[in-house]
Design a binder for this molecule. Sequence first.
Ligand code: 3PG
Length: 306
Amino acid sequence: MKKILIATDKPFSKPAVQAIQDVIKEAGYESVLLEKYSSASEFHKAAADVDAIIIRSDVVDKEVIKAAKNLKIVVRAGAGYDNVDLAAASERGIVVMNTPGQNSNAVAELVFGMLVYLNRGGFDGSSGTELRNKKIGIHAYGYVGRIVALIAKGFGMKVYAHDPFVDRVIIENDGVKWEESAAEMYSKCQYVSLHIPANKQTKETINFELLNSMPEGATLVNTARKEVIHEPSLIKMFEQRDDFRYATDIEPDCKEQLAKYKGRYFATPKKMGAQTAEANLNAGVAAARQIINFLDKGDTTFQVNK
Ligand code: 3PG
């Protein structure tokens, strides 16, 4: 019987795990669960004889691929797959997929949770500010960005978006102002929400020039990846502009240097954007179904490697 490993250092909710296991069982496959593992070797051991793996931000590198002798498919239950060595997987003919859109609402809601938190001084009792009538720039208009736009409108914000890979018409049809360049958008918007993936092209592209062009009260919210930020620029922004604020779902490497900017800097203790019962269920079950469709019918929809 083929085996599907659910390897999640940050576990899914219990009902989500149950639902994933039920889907796997119903399809006639066996599930193996590895949660909160303490070392990579534990992961290697669990992966040794499985045909498929469901992961979250768990790292699937050359070592995992080498250890997983029977591996045919890895599905990242979520959006970003920068934690998977695609080249190493392709070399072995292993299919890698993500589950686009399945956890987007959870991430988009957290954007506003963090913005309101910052705007109200971390709920310290001082007089805060509101989001209504303020401009928000959405950097990348994918699944999460689109929901951020929708929620921002509910808050009465003026919504802008920049995404070189999305047609202008799609953005404008949503009643969102299209921005040709990131620079233009940052220079207009007090609030910017990041939704770009981490890759060679985006690495450290959010730099001092872009951030410093933001108007008074400049507030950056990052639920994407820490790698897209040029951290020396982030530190410089805090040092040079006492109006600058940064909220993030992914602690930066320079977190110790930012800790002193209480009220202006906020990071969730763990990456929590996709950590809701609904997102766990949607992404986890989608991952299981994609694996079954691939193993049963060779369906490669959502494959991200060649
Ligand atoms: C994603 O890329 O889907 C999000 O960053 C969520 O990551 P997580 O599954 O590790 O919470």
